[in-house]
Write a protein that binds this ligand. Structure first.
Ligand code: 4PL
Length: 237
């Protein structure tokens, strides 16, 4: 299962997992986009529209998956809001909107997803954090807070799920050219971000996918509770 699969890094991850033989459940609040991803994948991929911040909707999502497949091997949580709001203009409503999806929604997905994984005694969870939590990237303090929560929550989750042979890790991408970034003024930050990278270039979803595929693989069984920066060396943990 991949959340945020309608576009950007979620879509790219869904494509890679399908290539590796996974039966993909494409999840997104954008039902049409989610279906387009699943259709492009073929191979039994299905799409389910879901607002991950809605507890009842997440309940329904996992009910449907449990009924159809009876198990879940891999959960990749990519769905998130990428905001650009000046600090002087940040409101509590906007703060809450971002926490609701980026942190609360990811929690709901991990909670329900791990219940299904536990039945199979196997699981791989990869949660999308961000290297902005180390950089303190401007105009997104609420996002940075939510993604810091993702990293630390994932550390705790690894401890809780270890007994069931489920791993939980996070990846921290840098600035990546996605629809989410293109819809904000972050799209103009590539030049500046490049000056901070050890390896020069313009980040695209395909640059992040291999790290996710590795952490989602069976052979990564000895790695859990970790966070992996995938940002051309912009920041060092
Ligand atoms: C370095 O996760 O990590 C802009 C927008 N710049 O969303 C991010 C950096 C953005 C980032 C991010």
């Amino acid at each position: 299962m991949v959340s945020g699969a309608a576009q950007g890094m979620g879509k790219a991850v869904a494509q890679r997992l399908a290539q590796e033989g996974a039966t993909v459940v494409s999840v997104d609040i954008n039902s049409a986009g989610s279906s387009a991803t699943a259709q492009a994948l073929g191979g039994g991929a299905i799409a389910i529209g879901c607002d991950i911040g809605d507890e009842a909707a997440v309940g329904k999502l996992f009910e449907a998956v449990a009924k159809k497949f009876g198990k879940l091997d891999v959960l990749i949580n990519v769905a998130a809001i990428v905001p650009f709001v000046k600090w002087d203009e940040l409101t509590f409503t906007e703060w809450r909107r971002v926490q609701r999806v980026n942190l609360d929604g990811l929690y709901l997905m991990c909670r329900a997803g791990s219940d299904l994984m536990r039945k199979g005694g196997y699981g791989r969870i990869v949660n999308f954090s961000s290297n902005s939590i180390f950089a303190g990237t401007p105009n997104m303090a609420h996002y940075v807070a939510s993604k810091g929560g993702v990293l630390t929550f994932t550390r705790a989750l690894a401890t809780e799920l270890g007994p069931y042979k489920i791993t939980a890790n996070s990846v921290c991408p840098g600035l990546i050219d996605t629809e989410g970034v293109q819809s904000t003024p972050h799209k103009d930050a590539f030049g500046f971000v490049e000056t901070l990278q050890a390896i020069k270039g313009h980040g695209v979803p395909a640059d992040v996918v291999p790290a996710v595929a590795f952490l989602a693989s069976e052979e990564a069984h000895w790695i859990t509770g970790q966070a992996l920066n995938v940002d051309a060396g912009m920041v060092r943990q």
